[in-house]
Every structure is written in C-alpha cells, then in structure tokens.
Design a protein around this ligand. Structure first.
Ligand SMILES: [Zn+2]
Length: 145
C-alpha cells in the first residue's frame, strides 16, 4: 500500500442507501451505549425454566452463583438443581422404556384383534351363501303359504 501522502481521495457512489447507513450506525451506537455483549452473557441452564414454590422466576445473580427467587429470594445450589434434573431425566428415560414395553403389548393385542377380524370375515364369507339361501327359502315359504 502507498503512503498516505500519495493517496488520492475519490468520491465514490454510495453502495448502501441513506436509510440503511443510518440504521446500521444507530445500531452500532446503541450497542456501544448499552454495552450489549450477548455472547459474553453467562447463561445458566434453568434460567427462565425454574420457578420457586411462591411462583417467582429463579435466576442466578452474578454476585451469588445460586438460583435465587426474584420474589422471596429463596436460594438453591446450582449443583442441587442439576442433580435433581439428572435424576428426573433418568426417570423419563426409564419410563420411556416402560412406555415402549406397553406399546409392544398393545401391538400384540392389536395383532390378535386383527386376526380375529380376519377370522370373522372368513366366517361371514362362508355363512353368506347359506344366509342368502335361508332368506330366499323363507321368502318362498312365505309366498307359498
Ligand atoms: Zn419464591
């Protein structure tokens, strides 16, 4: 690159509209003013999912690494909550097995019922000509009497 003294400054056509330019600049200024650092924000797993008995939402204040109720200030150790969560997760996994076992049972019942339906269908097919004959015979008898 040449020395700054050798630079020629040209007027270049704008590649973004005034609106976009202003909007981007206002976003940059706003972020600098509010010091928004979304990626540096500490995220705790249960923030916005964990509620206290009193109904207050629980969060982890930067001053104290415990879930703290916004309303009554009750505190729970992060490790305790994670332990409870893991325990419940295990229960969910176990009960999923149970659910699958139950479904296997249900599937067997459905198979049995389907077989029954097939049996009944074939019985009906066998019955039908006779039943039809009976109706016809009855009709004939009725008329002949
Ligand atoms: Zn509370």
């Amino acid at each position: 690159m040449r020395d700054k003294e050798e630079w020629y400054i040209h007027e270049a056509p704008r590649i973004v509209s005034d609106e976009v330019w202003d909007e981007v600049n206002s976003i940059i200024q706003k972020q600098e003013k509010e010091k928004i650092q979304p990626l540096n924000k500490k995220v705790h797993l249960f923030t916005s999912y964990l509620f206290c008995e009193c109904g207050g939402g629980m969060y982890v204040p930067s001053s104290n690494p415990k879930y703290t109720c916004k309303k009554c200030k009750r505190k729970i150790h992060i490790e305790d909550i994670e332990a409870i969560f893991k325990e419940q997760l295990t229960e969910v996994i176990i009960s999923e097995d149970e659910v699958n076992r139950h479904f296997d049972g249900t599937h067997a019942i459905i198979r049995d019922k389907e077989q029954e339906v097939e049996n009944i269908k074939s019985q009906i097919e066998k019955l039908e000509p006779n039943a039809l004959m009976n109706i016809i015979t009855n009709q004939i008898l009725k008329f002949s009497n």
